[in-house]
Design a protein around this ligand. Structure first.
Ligand SMILES: Nc1ncnc2c1ncn2[C@@H]1O[C@H](COP(=O)(O)OP(=O)(O)OP(=O)(O)O)[C@@H](O)[C@H]1O
Length: 246
């Protein structure tokens, strides 16, 4: 299988203003693509469009060869949203169980998948506690475990490592790399530039356009800088000065 996601000329408007403006991208099996952009650039909107959760004004979003929205395809997407949709009165384990059944994971497989996902995010010891007793970072980790337990071929993660300490962040990135090596397509939004450096490809979203895209090294070469952060800042300046490479 080649492209997991193909987006063509996607435009999404809110109140008449284009938040995404004729965007095109593809996401292949086995690759981790990082989506970076300033706050309000439209990163979450793009993820919602991939999930088929918002109305698009024009263009097309295809996931595994199917035009979105598509309920069946949606169940093949492991998704972690920014705002945690956990049930505070349920334990971590019960949350994993509940979402696992919504995700259509067969009962026989669920226990093993939950266990692996919880281990990846270092929550095994805390699974019996109610989610309302979790810290912010623990809630993020539980949400991430919910996305990972699906074993989906496409994983969309909206700022998965916010509030997660550096050591665990490293572990999570190791796991993402293993998942990609196993053939999964992964899209991650991030504000953390050293995470962008770990991606196979980075898309820089500003004002509804991809102002630059390429491997981290290509972007650094293109902007003649040492870090992705500098490339990001330089791309912003070029856009303000009427340049850019959309
Ligand atoms: N349902 C909506 N109705 C109206 N405007 C919206 C809606 N959802 C998002 N927007 C607007 O679209 C723009 C992009 O929002 P989005 O959440 O996609 O940005 P983002 O890049 O994910 O930001 P952040 O990094 O802060 O999470 C913002 O101006 C936001 O206010």
């Amino acid at each position: 299988m080649d492209s997991a996601v193909i987006v063509k000329d996607l435009t999404v408007k809110f109140n008449g203003k284009a938040v995404l403006n004729q965007l095109s991208l593809s996401l292949k099996a086995g690759e981790i693509v990082g989506l970076i952009g300033p706050s309000g650039a439209g990163k979450s909107t793009l993820i919602n469009a991939l999930l088929g959760m918002i109305k698009v004004n024009s263009g097309s979003v295809e996931v595994f060869g199917h035009e979105m929205p598509n309920r069946e395809v949606m169940s093949q997407i492991g998704f972690m949203a920014q705002s945690d949709a956990l049930f505070g009165e349920l334990t971590g384990e019960q949350n994993l169980e509940f979402f696992g059944s919504l995700q259509g994971i067969p009962k026989k497989e669920l226990v093993e998948k939950m266990g692996l996902a919880a281990k990846t995010v270092n929550l095994t010891e805390d699974l019996k506690k109610p989610a309302s007793d979790y810290s912010g970072g623990m809630k993020r980790r539980l949400s991430l475990a919910i996305a990972l337990q699906t074993d989906s071929p496409l994983i969309l993660l909206d700022e998965p490592t916010v509030g997660i300490d550096p050591e665990l962040r490293q572990e999570i990135w190791k796991e993402l790399r293993l998942l990609a090596a196993a053939g999964k397509a992964i899209l991650v939004t991030t504000h953390v530039m050293d995470e962008a450096e770990r991606c196979d490809k980075v898309l820089m979203l500003r004002e509804g356009h991809f102002v630059a895209q390429g491997t981290p090294q290509e972007l650094k070469t293109q902007y003649d800088v040492e870090t992705i952060e500098d490339a990001f800042i330089k791309a912003g300046h070029e856009l303000q000065n009427g340049g850019g490479q959309a």
